[in-house]
Design a protein around this ligand. Sequence first.
Ligand SMILES: CC(C)(COP(=O)(O)OP(=O)(O)OC[C@H]1O[C@@H](n2cnc3c(N)ncnc32)[C@H](O)[C@@H]1OP(=O)(O)O)[C@@H](O)C(=O)NCCC(=O)NCCS
Length: 179
Amino acid sequence: MTTITPRKTTESVRFTDGSTIELRPLGIRDGRLLSSFVSQLSPESHNRRLLSGGGGVRSEWVASLINADQLDCLVYGAVAVNEFGSALVAVAESIRDPGDRRRAEFALAAVDPWQDMGIGTLLTRHVTRIARSRGIRCWETHMLAENTGMARVMDHVGIRVGYSVHMGLASIVHELDRL
Ligand SMILES: CC(C)(COP(=O)(O)OP(=O)(O)OC[C@H]1O[C@@H](n2cnc3c(N)ncnc32)[C@H](O)[C@@H]1OP(=O)(O)O)[C@@H](O)C(=O)NCCC(=O)NCCS
């Protein structure tokens, strides 16, 4: 993958399939992209991300994503751009712990056809650089204990310093690398 235009919060990358991926903060103008992203997640991916089901949660999630302040609450997307248009294919969130400003909770989802192709790792690396520049040093991530894909993504961006499992739910803490 080749970096085409490095910028502070936005980066364009040539992906392995030839498409261009924009890694960028998401905001109020991205409501349609985000709604489409959320509606394209399979029920399994939706449940793995939110650790719950239920249609009502979807609209609340979109509302919280578009209203991120990009300081304490970072919401970044991977937008695939080709001659037919743009599609949001992965979303990462980092929400700062109000009790410890060096820590944040991290979460990630990619639409199903793009999973296991490297997009989650690519976006997480980008957000790691942004989060570190905002003073975040540790991410805590919650996932099903069987979710090895998510654990592997996180192991690419930091050193695992905490791990616990309760009722099938794993919580992992990573100290972020300088990337
Ligand atoms: C978990 C998730 C975000 C990972 O993103 P991704 O783009 O698929 O991950 P990548 O392609 O970057 O793969 C990262 C690593 O995980 C591995 N991996 C990916 N999916 C996997 C799977 N289903 N089973 C086992 N390993 C998997 C890859 O082989 C890769 O390993 P490597 O880097 O050692 O070669 C994505 O699968 C997803 O959106 N799942 C649903 C939502 C979710 O589970 N979110 C986590 C809770 S916050």
